[in-house]
Design a protein around this ligand. Structure first.
Ligand SMILES: C[S@@+](CC[C@H](N)C(=O)[O-])C[C@H]1O[C@@H](n2cnc3c(N)ncnc32)[C@H](O)[C@@H]1O
Length: 509
């Protein structure tokens, strides 16, 4: 009987998989000539010209594919250990285990309507395996009232009430976790959420509006208010980047926070001391993240971890007026230290690259007045003529602009370039990798660029940050893609070197 139930359950997964391709919300992917699934993204958008799949065909949406995927999963994840799963409301009960080890991946406001979206599958599962799991399928639709989500329509359209419900619920959940969690093991929180907004009340060191993230702020406020401190953070690749998600704003990583109870005698500190400690402790952590090729799109949220580890080791950080610093202000300061860290890397660049960076920040790839270019070149200790000779800019009729990547010479060779700059290395790598799509050629350029390669990657982080702030999405994507491809390029560049004749071969030859 148990065996038959197990088989029925896995067959129900195959029907699930099928129904993802059998709805009137499946669009046609004209580029790849395939049917797209209903949940190509986590939403149910209207599709006017939907595609009908044939479950008995051999193409996408065929029932056998669902069955083979379910069985492949079984092969890969053998059920050799016993496990018990229960559906419980985390706000009210964790479970009935004494001092559990807790790993959690909390929801983020109304980012994804899990319960609403789950109804799509629930109605079919209830019909097929509802009798096997009567407790799980006791309701007509997925339970909604307990769900921690900030959906205004559940509160008569009131956005404030929806937010309050979510924020208070999350806080209650963390307090409950703090009370029950095993004291010897850290609480692990998985978090991946990129939501930037400007808060005009918070200023960075230059008096500009600072950027804070409400999702992070709420989660961290909840964690710290319940008496946890953050003792470690790791970015982990968790997100499958599908073609629809390939926008620059899609994060590739989750940040895993290890949290432990804050000791009762944790010290207080001042804003000034907090900033000084962060300036000491954050840069080495950021260097490690860069060396591990964290995608630029993930760098800002990855910096929150080590920054918050500093903030949360104090019982309070006191502002100049004696009030405790809010998480929001701490997040703005972390961003500021990150900015300074990236700006300090300018010391590694040649004068021409420093000029190009400052110009790019002001004009992007657009034209600007010659006079401005000349003043900037004096400040950066270079000359407009030299920048033209270096192959970075074009200057004519009183106007100057940076050369677009499609204008750069295809036969460029860093080994023979007479005025080699970091700017060119970064741009040419993107030209061949992203614009031309050749990893092999890019790896060859990287090998020839030698020691400038790593500096070119650092420049890509800085350029990504500028583009992200300015909302130049397309250009930002190029720099992100270069860093994401970096490990592969380094590997290919290394292989090339090995393929060349070794000293021994030359000697023997
Ligand atoms: C970010 S998702 C976690 C996704 C999960 N890691 C996965 O890969 O499938 C957040 C989850 O929290 C669940 N959730 C929301 N409110 C809850 C509550 N009150 N009790 C328990 N879980 C809840 C949502 O249904 C959703 O599945």
């Amino acid at each position: 009987m148990g065996y038959a139930d197990a088989v029925a359950t896995y067959l129900a997964f195959a029907v699930d998989k099928g129904s993802n391709y059998w709805s009137s919300l499946c669009a046609w992917h004209s580029g790849r000539d395939i049917i797209m699934s209903t949940f190509a993204r986590q939403a149910l958008p209207m599709v006017w010209d939907f595609t009908e799949a044939n479950p008995f065909s051999s193409s996408s949406g065929n029932i056998l594919l669902g069955i083979s995927q379910a069985s492949q999963m079984l092969d890969k994840v053998p059920a050799s250990l016993q496990a018990l799963t229960r559906q419980l409301n985390a706000t009210e009960t964790i479970n009935n285990v004494n001092h559990p080890l807790i790993c959690t991946d909390p929801p983020y406001y109304d980012n994804i309507g899990y319960a609403d979206l789950s109804d799509f599958f629930y109605v079919w599962l209830r019909r097929s395996i509802g009798k096997i799991y009567p407790d799980l399928f006791s309701t007509m639709l997925v339970p909604k009232a307990e769900e921690l989500v900030a959906t205004p329509y559940r509160f008569g359209g009131n956005k404030k009430d929806a937010r309050r419900f979510f924020e208070e619920g999350l806080r209650r959940t963390f307090i409950r976790m703090k009370k029950t969690a095993h004291p010897e093991y850290p609480l692990a929180v998985y978090y991946a959420f990129k939501q930037s907004e400007s808060d005009s009340n918070i200023k960075d060191g230059n008096g500009n509006s600072a950027v804070a993230s409400t999702g992070w702020e709420t989660m961290l406020e909840g964690l710290l208010a319940s008496g946890f401190q953050i003792t470690g953070t790791w970015p982990m690749r968790t997100e499958l980047i599908t073609s629809l998600k390939k926008s620059v704003s899609a994060l590739a990583s989750s940040i895993i926070l290890a949290c432990r109870p804050l000791p009762e005698d944790a010290p207080m500190t001042t804003r000034r001391d907090f900033i000084n400690t962060m300036k000491r402790e954050l840069p080495p952590a950021l260097k490690t993240l860069q060396q591990e090729n964290i995608a630029p799109v993930d760098l800002a949220q990855s910096a929150i971890g080590p920054g918050m580890a500093v903030f949360s080791k104090y019982s309070k950080v006191l502002e100049a007026d004696g009030t405790p610093m809010r998480v929001r202000a701490a997040l703005a300061l972390i961003n500021q230290v990150l900015d300074e860290y990236l700006a300090e890397q300018e010391g590694e660049y040649d004068a021409d690259t420093r000029w190009a960076l400052a110009w790019f920040e002001q004009f992007g790839m657009m034209e600007g007045p010659y006079g401005v270019a000349e003043i900037l070149s004096t400040a950066k200790n270079t000359a407009v003529g030299g920048l033209v000779a270096a192959g970075i800019i074009i200057s004519r009729a009183g106007k100057v602009r940076i050369l677009r990547r499609d204008e750069l010479p295809e036969d460029w060779n860093p080994a023979t370039d007479k005025r080699l700059t970091v700017w060119e290395v970064t741009q040419h790598l993107i030209r061949v990798l992203v614009d031309k799509g050749s990893e092999e050629v890019a790896a060859d350029l990287l090998r020839k660029a030698g020691a400038l390669g790593d500096v070119a990657r650092d420049l890509a982080y800085r350029l990504y940050t500028i583009c992200d702030r300015k909302k130049w999405a397309q250009e930002a994507l190029a720099y992100n893609s270069l860093v994401v491809a970096w490990p592969e390029l380094v590997k290919l560049a290394g292989q090339k070197e090995v393929k060349g004749p070794s000293q021994q071969q030359l000697f023997e030859g």
